[in-house]
Write a new protein. Structure first.
Length: 277
């Protein structure tokens, strides 16, 4: 995927960049795998804002993604019919046509092309796009869409350009290095897909103007230090003043910026060999 830069025709195009979209198929999404997504604007059932910074944005439909990559028939194969844009994620998605007539969307890995055949099961070739248990994947392999809980579907390394690396096998577990640099143990029976997630240059795209953030449904965020004391603990003071506290806090008085929020008694902590921090 390539990045298209603009000349400074206007202040909005001065630093704007977009994707070329030359790797996409010129088709509409599969109707049976989409449904309407009602925007809530960060509000709950009573209309009270519970998540700040959300609202507006372009209307979009949700694409149902197959994160399990398992079928009733072992070693099943599918043909890549299309590669499409998904407004709900920064990665591309690929539409698969299975031999039994079913259709499914998957997160599109890098270098996957239309017309290729991909497989999932216990006895499949070691190629990009194929899904198999972690115990069958060679050491050092680049993988994505990794299951953490057996049968729950892929949860790790699903964003554009991300991947995990299989670095060791021992007993009933394999050792993975995750995109956050965390090293942890995962059940060897869990499924993963070979390869890196596509659309690698997504991180290099610059919005260029505030309006593009609003199209994405992101509203402006006001800093606490410029608010009134009744609205934020950092607020108040004459002119440009400091926060007036030893350490920064959230609007509700909880510690912020650098405080570890993970519960130390969490059951899965014993599987983490090296923290991401």
């Amino acid at each position: 995927m390539a990045i298209r830069l603009y000349r400074a025709y206007s202040p909005g195009t001065r630093s704007k960049s977009v994707s070329y979209f030359d790797d996409l198929s010129n088709v509409k999404p599969e109707k049976s795998l989409t449904f309407g997504k009602k925007a809530c604007g960060g509000r709950n059932n009573r209309g009270v804002i519970t998540v700040k910074g959300r609202g507006g944005g372009h209307k979009r439909k949700y694409r149902i993604i197959d994160f399990h990559r398992k079928s009733e028939i072992n070693n099943s194969s599918a043909k890549v019919a299309t590669i499409e844009y998904d407004p709900n994620r920064n990665a591309r998605i690929a539409l698969l046509h299975y031999k039994d007539g079913s259709k499914k969307y998957i997160v599109c890995p890098r270098s996957l092309k239309v017309g290729m055949d991909i497989y999932s099961g216990d006895n499949v070739p070691i190629e990009v796009g194929n899904a198999m248990p972690l115990e069958l994947i060679p050491l050092g392999s680049i993988i994505h869409n990794v299951e953490l809980t057996l049968g729950k579907g892929g949860q790790i390394a699903r964003a554009a350009g991300t991947y995990a690396q299989l670095i060791a096998k021992e007993g009933n577990f394999v050792t993975l290095k995750l995109p956050s640099n965390e090293v942890r143990l995962v059940n060897k029976k869990c499924y993963a897909t070979l390869g890196q997630v596509g659309n690698v240059d997504s991180i290099n795209i610059t919005l260029g103007k505030a309006g593009r953030s609003r199209w994405l449904g992101k509203k402006p965020k006001v800093r606490g230090v410029v608010k009134n004391p009744i609205d934020h603990p950092h607020g108040g003071g004459e002119g440009r003043s400091p926060i007036g506290r030893p350490k920064p806090v959230t609007p509700w008085g909880k510690p912020a910026l650098g405080i570890k929020t993970r519960k130390q008694t969490k059951a899965s902590t014993k599987y983490i060999l090296r923290s991401r921090r």
